[in-house]
Design a binder for this molecule. Structure first.
Ligand code: FES
Length: 73
């Protein structure tokens, strides 16, 4: 398996690929189909999964790694 890679999609979800597990607060694993699309907009009816609602809501957000500064780094 490969390392976990998380891709922040423009105006969309987080795409997770690779070797990982996602669990709920009780430690129970969500079904893993090899790729997850996790909601980033907060509007999905299937959280933590993205259900495409971000498109209907015209949610916009672009995150660029060079825009993020870590305090005291
Ligand atoms: S990111 Fe797709 S529904 Fe929230």
């Amino acid at each position: 398996m490969s390392a976990l890679k998380i891709t922040v999609m423009n105006s969309g979800p987080l795409h997770l690929t690779g070797d990982f597990e996602i669990v709920d607060a009780a430690g129970h694993a969500f079904p893993n189909q090899g790729i997850f699309s996790l909601c980033r907009c907060g509007k999905s009816a299937r959280k933590p999964y993205c259900d495409g609602t971000h498109r209907a809501e015209r949610w916009e957000n672009e995150a660029h790694s060079d825009d993020v500064r870590i305090p005291n780094a």
